[in-house]
Design a binder for this molecule. Structure first.
Ligand SMILES: Nc1nc2c(ncn2[C@@H]2O[C@H](COP(=O)(O)OP(=O)(O)OP(=O)(O)O)[C@@H](O)[C@H]2O)c(=O)[nH]1
Length: 177
């Protein structure tokens, strides 16, 4: 069913970090922690063993706006987020000459690293991450372009290792007569 799939694209709503749902036992569960659990189960599923993973961190606009009111540490997975922020901080849309990253950018980076470390600890794979604002089609197109590039890099890597093999191989069958 998934034989032709090359990249698993996993979409995360960044703004879920302070949102909750009630599970089947009646308990309140953080939506980001639920997403983390789902990611863990997909990442370790044998079906996706040979595939690359691209995480789309979506709803960045809501995320930035929410961070003004609710700290990222509200989600226990991110309770180690203690950014050093300049008093002259910019927001991500600012075109000022101040290049200090905004709280939103630092928080995005923190979440991205959490997912990267998680995948690496579970599968030893490198995780690709892209920032998306679902309401801005350009950012969605860029992420899909990134997914196509990942596939291309994979093909190039495969071709390179195959050509390296035939170059160094001592197997007589790999030489032309
Ligand atoms: N502000 C903002 N809204 C978005 C973005 N991406 C999707 N949405 C909107 O979010 C709403 C919910 O969409 P989804 O997240 O796909 O649906 P869902 O998972 O069932 O919704 P929730 O669980 O409530 O988040 C829709 O109205 C979308 O248009 C985004 O990047 N920014």
């Amino acid at each position: 069913m998934f034989e032709d799939v090359r990249v698993v694209i996993f979409c995360v709503a960044l703004s879920d970090y302070d949102e909750y749902v009630v599970d089947e036992t009646g308990e309140k569960v953080n939506k980001m922690l639920l997403t983390k659990k789902l990611f863990e189960s997909i990442a370790t599923h044998p079906t996706f063993d040979q595939m690359d993973f691209l995480v789309l961190l979506n709803k960045f606009d809501s995320f930035e706006e929410k961070l003004e009111r609710v700290p990222l540490t509200k989600c226990e997975w991110f309770d180690d987020f203690h950014p050093l922020v300049s008093r002259h901080r910019s927001n991500s849309n600012s075109s000022s000459i101040n290049h200090c990253p905004s709280v939103g950018q630092l928080a995005f980076h923190h979440v991205a690293v959490k997912f990267k470390r998680l995948l690496s600890s579970l599968t030893n794979k490198k995780l690709y991450v892209s920032l998306v604002k679902g309401l801005e089609p350009k950012t969605v197109d860029e992420s899909l372009k990134y997914a196509r590039e990942i596939i291309k890099w994979d093909e190039e890597r495969l071709n390179f290792s195959l050509s390296e093999y035939s170059f160094y191989s001592t197997d007589a069958s790999s030489f032309s007569p």
